[in-house]
Design a binder for this molecule. Structure first.
Ligand code: COA
Length: 174
């Protein structure tokens, strides 16, 4: 079942690939020498929810109800994704989203790169792309919650752990 959803008519500020009509920012990937395929980052929100679920499955994340994922995407301030494009075919290989007060703060969630594309600089590139896009919206305070095994990944991007002793606090239902 095809389940494409154009969640907003948000157009990317960067260029369109002539061959595939793909709107996004081309990426030069470390060790990616295949002349047939190209990699892009985009802010376009046309995300197939089943493809996103497959990407999250690939890194072992617990499944979430798709209707809630759809809501989360709809009400996110920004959605960025990475795509492998070959001719007219495109495949989702990276994803991240941010919620925001649209003025001062944004929080980044659900950062994921497909295992086949990890350790090539794509996660770093996608995060830098998202930070650039958030800065272009005049957002100055960018936060996130890092799983313990990826703290250094974010630290390398300039994120600071517990600045001035500030602690993230969580409330969970009993
Ligand atoms: C975390 C993740 C997004 C990183 O993406 P990636 O494309 O593999 O990372 P990159 O190749 O861009 O790495 C960028 C830099 O971070 C380092 N790095 C990557 N993953 C790291 C990790 N888990 N811990 C510490 N450093 C890491 C790399 O060595 C590289 O360092 P360099 O700039 O000095 O060369 C990816 O591994 C992933 O999707 N993991 C599963 C989902 C996940 O855990 N998401 C985060 C939830 S908070």
């Amino acid at each position: 079942m095809v389940f494409w959803k154009r969640l907003f008519n948000n157009t990317d500020i960067s260029n369109t690939d002539q061959k595939s009509q793909f709107k996004g920012e081309p990426v030069n990937l470390k060790g990616h020498t295949d002349g047939q395929t190209r990699i892009f980052f985009t802010r376009e929100r046309e995300i197939d929810l089943y493809e996103l679920e497959e990407l999250c499955d690939a890194v072992g994340w617990a499944r979430r109800p798709l209707r809630k994922v759809k809501r989360a995407l709809t009400y996110s301030f920004m959605v960025v994704s990475a795509w492998e494009v070959k001719g007219n075919r495109k495949r989702l290989i990276g994803f991240a989203r941010a919620t925001s007060d649209h003025a001062f703060n944004a929080t980044i969630w659900d950062v994921v790169i497909h295992p086949r594309f990890q350790s090539k600089g794509l996660g770093k590139g996608m995060m830098k792309y998202m930070i650039r896009q958030l800065r272009s919206e005049d957002i100055s305070n960018i936060t996130l919650f890092a799983d313990p095994q990826v703290v250094d990944f974010y630290r390398r991007l300039g994120f600071v752990l517990d600045p001035e002793g500030i602690k993230g606090m969580f409330w969970y239902p009993d």
